[in-house]
Design a protein around this ligand. Structure first.
Ligand code: 5AD
Ligand code: SF4
Length: 451
């Protein structure tokens, strides 16, 4: 979500003559896009802001702004806390940002805009081609959330759920595809309820339209709320050939009492039924999840129920978090807060268990040939020189290592194959057939077989 918002900020400021720079020292404008989901993310934003004080001293004309969920939550207070700040803008103010920047440039005033939109206000994003040449892109299809999980700050900082017009979504994706994008990830806090409130088309109908877009090769979506995962959508994994074989289905806890306290509106049994259905419709679907450990009042036995659920489902990978108290969220008032060392221990135990499962799943792919959408050169470029016991040996295909993902969302770094497979062509955006040769805890290694 935040990556998409940052891209939106860059797209909106392009007509004003701003383009992104990798060097902070060169910037004329710095926008810090913040996340408030856990206290740690919020602390990180403030410590980054603190580090900008020196830059502003050296370059007084530098404009510094804070956007996103922390900006929405704290508003004017941030101007007091960070005296050199020029601008605070909330989650509903991104389309007003260019106007604010123009005002600051001409009047050197300080601005706070944390106004939320009304249901009738336009929610059109800045529609533009891909600005960084990548083969993948996020596309927001809805904003906000109406679910009010008791631990979560999102409904307070992103507002009520609203879905975008399908025509505008299709138009945006077509433009992205024209500029080289081959995979889109449709984004929303709960994509399964897309269009329901406004009486637009259903999420499955939207998927069916996106599936028809020429030259688009892959579709992903996130996030699905288990309570709203329909049979129709589960069937989509069979019907839409571009839809990737992966679903992120956050469970949060394996204990019914905790799920109730979290206001998740499903039971452990109902969740497991959905998993069974997904696997019966699509046997090799990859399933990932989010889990919170140490929710207020979570007993050791309830935590063990979560461990047991993980053993039952055997996820492809997991994002697990220690419960973090959020000022607006109602769980902040609940008794029975779990101590930090206990939360840490539960988290470590859970992650160690999952690491075994992830490794086993990755190892089971060694020897298979997978279709990879190439995203670009791998960050960890090999030097082309391999150390052996006796000295240094040059590899046959020095330096080039590409990266991409399987349909099941596993990262694969691969080298060009033997048999004259191209090693210097730009493979970004191509579908590559890669033989998987190595499994690591968080990625796979392979060799190109065919394009
Ligand atoms: N504490 C810890 N984790 C949280 N999440 C959301 N709110 C909190 C919180 N207060 C996690 C949930 C959610 C993911 C995006 O972040 O697991 O699915
Ligand atoms: Fe937060 Fe729950 Fe909405 Fe997800 S569904 S954004 S966890 S309130």
């Amino acid at each position: 979500m935040n990556v998409y918002d940052s891209e939106q900020i860059a797209k909106g400021l392009k007509p004003l003559g701003y383009k992104t720079t990798p060097l902070l020292e060169r910037a004329d404008l710095i926008i810090v896009n913040t996340c408030a989901i856990r206290a740690k993310a919020e602390q990180k934003a403030f410590s980054f802001l603190g580090r900008l004080a020196g830059l502003k001293r050296k370059k007084p004309d530098l404009i510094i702004g804070v956007g996103g969920c922390v900006a929405q939550q704290e508003g004017e207070k941030i101007l007091k806390r960070v005296p050199f700040l020029d601008l605070v803008f909330g989650t509903h103010a991104v389309d007003r940002l260019p106007g604010m920047i123009l005002r600051i440039e001409s009047k050197r005033c300080r601005i706070v805009d944390v106004g939320m939109k009304k249901a009738t206000d336009s929610m059109e994003p800045f529609i533009d081609s891909q600005i960084d040449g990548s083969a993948t892109s996020f596309v927001t299809i809805m904003q906000g959330c109406d679910n009010y999980c008791t631990y979560c700050v999102v409904p307070y900082v992103r507002g009520r759920e609203r879905s975008r017009d399908p025509e505008s979504i299709i138009k945006e994706i077509r433009l992205l595809v024209e500029s080289g994008v081959r995979e889109v990830t449709l984004l929303g806090q709960n994509v399964n309820s897309y269009g329901k409130k406004e009486g637009l088309c259903s999420f499955t109908q939207l998927l069916s339209r996106v599936n028809e877009i020429n030259d688009l090769k892959r579709i992903r979506f996130t996030t699905s709320h288990p309570k709203d995962l329909s049979d129709d959508l589960i069937d989509g994994f069979r019907n839409f050939e571009k839809l990737c074989n992966h679903i992120h289905l956050p469970v949060q806890s394996g204990a019914n009492r905790v799920l109730k306290q979290m206001n998740r509106k499903y039971t452990r049994e109902q969740y497991l039924e959905k998993i069974d259905k997904l696997r019966s419709f699509c046997s090799d679907i990859a399933i990932t999840s989010d889990i919170i450990v140490g929710f207020p009042g979570e007993t050791r036995a309830e935590f063990e129920e979560t461990i047991d659920l993980i053993k039952t489902v055997v996820y492809d990978s997991l994002y697990a978090f220690k419960y973090s108290n959020r000022p607006n969220a109602t769980a902040a008032e609940l008794p029975g807060k779990i101590t930090e060392p206990e939360k840490k221990e539960r988290l470590q135990m859970l992650l160690a268990l999952q690491e075994n499962f992830t490794t086993q799943k990755n190892e089971s792919l060694v020897g298979t040939v997978e279709f990879i959408l190439v995203e670009g050169l791998s960050k960890k470029q090999t030097t082309g020189i391999q150390k052996t016991e006796f000295g240094l040996q040059r590899e046959r295909h020095p330096a080039v290592q590409w990266t991409g993902r399987t349909s099941t969302n596993k990262i694969v770094n691969f080298i060009p194959g033997d048999d004259g497979m191209p090693c210097n062509d730009n493979l970004t955006g191509k579908m590559a057939k890669v033989r998987i040769e190595k499994a690591f805890p968080h990625s796979l290694g392979g060799q190109l077989r065919d394009l």
